[in-house]
Design a protein around this ligand. Sequence first.
Ligand SMILES: [Zn+2]
Length: 250
Amino acid sequence: MTNEPSFKNCMCQNRGGGIINWRTVNDTNFNLPQILGETEQLKAGSLFECSICKQAWFLDKNRSVMYFVPDYKMPLIEKWNAGPQTISTESLKILNKIGAISYNDFFGSFRSLNIPCKVTTIKNEIIDKAIISIQDFPPLDSMQKHIRFASEISQISRSEYALPYRLRIKTTKVRERRMAYYPSPVKARFWQRFNLNGPTNFIDFRGIKGKNIRSSFFFSENSITLGDNSDQITYFITDLNAEIMSTFGL
Ligand SMILES: [Zn+2]
C-alpha cells in the first residue's frame, strides 16, 4: 500500500464534473489555486498542472472557468495551438448564409458559433455532416467526437442533411418536457412527424434529410424521436477573429 494520491482521490479531481468556476474558487476549501499551477500559455487560455497528481487542466482566456483535460486530448490541444485556424472570406460568406448558432459556457460567456455544412477537404474527402465550430478555445468539448481543423478545409457548401436555420434555432429554445427530453415537433412531407430532441443540426433518417424537414405545432408522444448523432458529425475547429466577429455581428 502507498499513500501516494491516486488518479481518483486527488482533491483536484473531486470537484464536480471536471469544471471549476475559477472566479469563486477562493471561496471554497479545496486550496485549488495553491495546487494547480500554470505551465503554458496557449494562443487562447492556459494549461495548468496539479502539483499532486500531475493532472492537466485548462483555464479559459477570461480566466473564469477551469476545465479538466483528459490525457487523450493533449495532442489535439497541441495541434490547435500550433498555428492559426482560419477560413477564407468566401467560405465565411457561405457560412453566414447558412446561419450560425451561438453557444455560451456554463456561466453565460461566449463559447462557440456552430454552422452545419458540407466540407470538401484539401485531400478531396467529402464530409456531408460537418460543423464549423468557431471558438476561442481548444477542442475540449466532449460532444465533439470527431475533430479536424479549419486548415484542412478546401471548400464549404450547404449540406442536404442540415436542418434549416429557423428549425435549428427552434431546437435550442425548447423547454424540457420530461427528464432530458426537449422535443421540437417537426414533419417531413405530409405525414411523417418527428420530435427532435434538443439542439439538432442534421437529419438523416430512412432517406429523409434535414432539407426535407418542416416546422410543426403538433406534438405527439407517438412521433419518432430524432436528434443529432454526435458519432456522425465531424467538427472543424476554427479560430474566432476580428473578421468572423464582424461577419456574424458578435
Ligand atoms: Zn490533482
